[in-house]
Design a protein around this ligand. Structure first.
Ligand SMILES: [Zn+2]
Length: 269
């Protein structure tokens, strides 16, 4: 192996470690936010075609560790790691297969958001400016069963189309983004918008942001920078509470040195 191959191998291992850490950190922070619970999962596209990272089905979302994250094939074969992948693996595999622009996928079962599939005219519309990403609409997938087969996954990919998120009737949500940090920000904002919308509906007739308002917001919105800002905020909270460990954060996205990082829960859950 020459120097170049050694360097490339080192870079790949470093990238794999970073993605596993980001998935574990994002998972724990979404548990802290009340968005993930005993089920649901995040994934990120792997180092080559038809591979992606995802957590084992039986690992608690509240205590997922980076080294436990699996590398699996689109067919569900475990390429690296110990354990079985989630039973709804086809959600991730088929969305990656259908959407070359997608680098990370979240599937979760957040009842206050899923409730929009349970009422007549329950469409999610943008009422907060960060929901402008979904201005074109949030499709609802009508198959309320678990997405257990590749055919069901392909059907869900068909429902999602080119959108950034979809609701699964009586079941949950999928959100897609380009990487783990933007995915984390999108999931937080998707749920925030649904929560604000539900409350606004109690107050009176809702006035959603129209396409012009959304486009004007997006004209000046720096998506990558905003995702990093949100990540830094949530990781600083998680470090202080002990939900995540400092060594799981790379220098690029960790909170600024000098922040108070003292864990209050021992950092070992
Ligand atoms: Zn599900």
């Amino acid at each position: 192996m020459d120097r170049r191959e050694q360097t490339e191998g080192g870079e790949q291992r470093g990238r794999a470690r970073q993605v596993r850490q980001q998935l574990a950190v994002a998972t724990r922070m979404l548990v802290d936010a009340g968005i993930l619970g005993y089920s649901g999962h995040l994934s990120a596209r792997g180092p080559s075609d038809e591979l992606f990272y995802v957590q084992p089905v039986d690992d608690s979302r509240a205590s997922l560790r980076p080294e436990r994250v699996l590398l699996v094939s689109f067919d569900g074969e475990v390429v690296e790691g110990e354990g079985k992948p989630p039973s709804e693996l086809a959600i991730h595999a088929e969305l990656y297969r259908a959407r070359s622009d997608v680098g990370a996928v979240a599937h979760f079962h957040h009842d206050p958001t899923t409730m929009f599939t349970m009422v007549e005219n329950g469409a999610i519309v943008p009422v907060k400016n960060h929901a402008s990403r979904w201005a074109a609409g949030v499709p609802v997938h009508l198959d309320a069963s678990h997405i257990a087969t590749a055919a069901q996954g392909r059907a869900l990919a068909g429902t999602l189309g080119g959108a950034g998120a979809a609701l699964l009737r009586g079941h949950g949500e999928v959100v897609v983004a380009e990487d783990v940090l933007t995915l984390f920000a999108d999931v937080v904002h998707f749920v925030e918008n649904a929560d604000a919308l539900a409350h606004a509906m109690q107050l009176g007739r809702v006035r959603p942001l129209d396409r012009t308002e959304c486009d004007r917001f997006l004209d000046t919105f720096q998506r990558d920078r905003h995702a990093r800002k949100l990540w830094k905020y949530h990781t600083s909270v998680a470090l202080s509470s002990g939900s995540v460990l400092p060594e799981w954060l790379d220098a690029e996205t960790a909170p600024v040195a000098g922040d108070t990082w003292a864990p209050v829960r021992g950092g070992s859950r």
